[in-house]
Design a protein around this ligand. Structure first.
Ligand code: CA2
Length: 145
């Protein structure tokens, strides 16, 4: 079973800035850790990062043909993008939304997500563990567990 992991805008800066908010792992570290969890659970991942909303939409559309679900940290598009929500609903694959930080405890504008209401689940506030827990949850859901 293959899962597409999507990192939204600015997440390529991970590990380089604001470590007190986002931790010290780089995006490559996160992807490596996700690959190890996927392997442990008999699955595989492919990863994609973009700073461009349209590229994320195009990727979701074309990846949907080969993956069973999506794990996505939509970055700031979480709070702005109806188009991203529509794309994820449109491909009819379960997705899990993850965030490194506890978005509920930050600025008011981060409290609303356009995606949460249509996600299979949401994990936030645990740093890189949010991704790893989210992947476990998604694979469990797809296995019918
Ligand atoms: O906590 C998260 O994972 C966020 O999705 C991160 C987004 C933010 O806009 C969301 O509200 C919550 C920001 C991603 C920016 O990534 C950076 C990483 C390191 C240094 C600077 C930015």
């Amino acid at each position: 079973m293959k899962i597409a992991v999507i990192h939204g805008p600015n997440l390529r800066l991970l590990g380089a800035r604001e470590p007190e908010v986002y931790g010290t792992d780089t995006l490559d570290d996160v992807n490596r850790k996700l690959g190890a969890v996927a392997q442990e659970l008999g699955a595989e991942i492919e990863t994609f990062q973009s700073n461009h909303e349209g590229e994320l939409l195009d990727y979701i559309e074309e990846a949907a043909a080969r993956v069973s679900g999506f794990l996505i940290n939509p970055g700031a598009f979480t709070h702005t993008s109806i188009a991203l929500r529509d794309a994820l609903v449109g491909v009819d694959r379960p997705f899990v939304e993850v965030h490194l930080s506890n978005t509920a405890g930050r600025e008011r504008f981060r409290r609303h997500s356009y995606l949460s209401g249509v996600a299979a689940g949401v994990v936030y506030g645990f740093g890189v563990q949010s991704y790893l827990l989210g992947l476990r949850g998604l694979l469990g859901r797809l296995d019918g567990r």
